[in-house]
Design a protein. Structure first.
Lengths: 267, 150
């Protein structure tokens, strides 16, 4: 990935960015997120199939905002997250330089938001292919079987909230689970409390989730919690014809409405 | 199951359905007494978590009701609520929570008779479905866990 290293070096040297967020080699052949602020360190940057973290998660953090101009290594899900963060006024588009990565891992020339949008519009905005089978399989089960499945899955949850931490769209400085008046979600781990947490998380991400699957990947006990938000992405498209992260001017699906929204269950 | 009396919690908005339920009473229309009405400023205020808490605390059925579209006291609360319920129902269904147990309706302040009908139909449906045992079992699993930990 020489072009990526060179680009990062150039950006840091000419001071167009103060820091580059990318990936460096981790232990045992893995990759991990890296913050590069010296051009000499740009050599550390890598990009390979292990670079899966959604780096957009850092952009809304207070500490990172203070760093000023930021260069970010962005594959497609990261680009969509960034668009969504701009739409929600969490990221100033003037403050970021996108170092786009294409499907085959080569560096893209993304000069501005419009170019990024055009690139995104060429891809399929739906859920990634690798998750579709599992979603379809769950949808085929009976109601009782689904309840059984989720109880079994969510009983594993240890409420570490890694799913929340890994998600670029979960940026509230005070999450509902850290509030105790009212205490919506019990602190300890129990099945119904765990289920309430995952329902709350999925509902808060409805129409905002860009289906990167980071929540499920971050889960230390292997709960497929990304299926909940991905299912809702499908539903939001089905009812409201909207996918998240395709435009920097999108308003949130659940805080807007159309008077003629169709439903068939209200009597 | 003949001695089963469904517990139904109704989350209603202050301006339409609550007034509508009042009208049911002043019009001396008899309706099922299984319903416990909780008054909210607006359907837009009804958090989905409240519905889950109702089930967790022993409700067998739930009614959510407010002003007809375009009649909201706050102009758009019910439109927002409608979107939220569309998505919420799909999520609940995906997680296997029984949506036949929740009735959504628009009942205006003039529809006292409709309110009686909504409640009676819901109670009848819940009576057929029986107690919401599977949800309560899940909540009780937690209690057993607590006992074991002690």
């Amino acid at each position: 990935m020489n072009s990526l290293v060179n680009r990062a070096k150039m950006l840091l040297e000419e001071k167009s960015v103060n820091v580059v967020i990318g990936y460096e080699a981790g232990t045992g052949g893995t990759a991990r997120p890296a913050f590069i602020s010296e051009s000499a360190d740009a050599e550390k940057l890598i990009y390979n199939e292990h670079c899966v973290h959604n780096l957009a998660v850092y952009l809304s953090k207070q500490e990172v905002r203070k760093m000023g101009k930021i260069g970010i290594v962005a594959a497609l899900p990261v680009m969509r997250s960034i668009l969504m963060l701009i739409a929600e006024h969490q990221v100033d588009p003037e403050n970021i330089v996108i170092m786009g990565i294409s499907h085959d891992g080569s560096l893209l020339d993304i000069e501005n938001i419009q170019v990024m949008k055009d690139y995104i519009s060429k891809s399929d905005p739906g859920n990634p292919e690798r998750y579709k089978d599992k979603l379809a399989e769950l949808n085929k089960l009976s109601m009782e079987e689904r309840f059984e499945y989720w109880q079994k899955e969510l009983s594993k949850c240890i409420k570490c909230y890694a799913c929340r931490q890994a998600c670029p769209m979960c940026y509230c400085t005070r999450c509902a689970v850290e509030v105790n008046q009212p205490q919506w979600i019990s602190v300890k781990s129990d099945i119904s409390g765990n289920m309430e947490w995952h329902i709350l998380r999925a509902m808060h991400l409805a129409g905002r989730c860009i289906s990167c699957g980071e929540c499920g990947r971050a889960c230390p006990v292997g709960i497929d919690c990304h299926l909940l938000t991905m299912h809702l992405s499908d539903q939001v498209y089905k009812y409201f014809r909207v996918y998240a992260g395709l435009s920097e001017k999108m308003s949130s699906v659940l805080s807007t409405y159309e008077p003629n929204d169709k439903e068939n269950f209200i009597i | 199951m003949s001695d089963f009396e469904p517990k139904v919690v109704a989350f209603v908005c202050n301006w339409c359905t609550y007034a509508g339920a009042d009208l049911t009473g002043t019009s001396r229309i008899k309706y099922s007494s299984n319903v416990k009405i909780i008054r909210f400023p607006c359907t837009g205020r009804i958090d989905f978590m409240l519905l889950l808490k109702a089930f967790a605390n022993g409700a067998d059925g739930i009614i959510v009701s407010g002003c007809h579209p375009n009649d909201c006291h706050y102009t758009s609360g019910n439109f927002h609520a409608k979107r939220r319920w569309i998505i919420f129902r799909e999520l609940m269904d995906f997680m296997g929570i029984d949506m036949k147990r929740i009735t959504f309706s628009w009942v205006s302040a003039a529809e006292g008779a409709k309110w009686a009908e909504v409640v009676n139909n819901t109670v009848m449906r819940i009576r057929e479905l029986g107690p919401y045992k599977s949800y309560r079992d899940m909540v009780n699993a937690k209690v057993e866990e607590e006992v074991r930990n002690e």
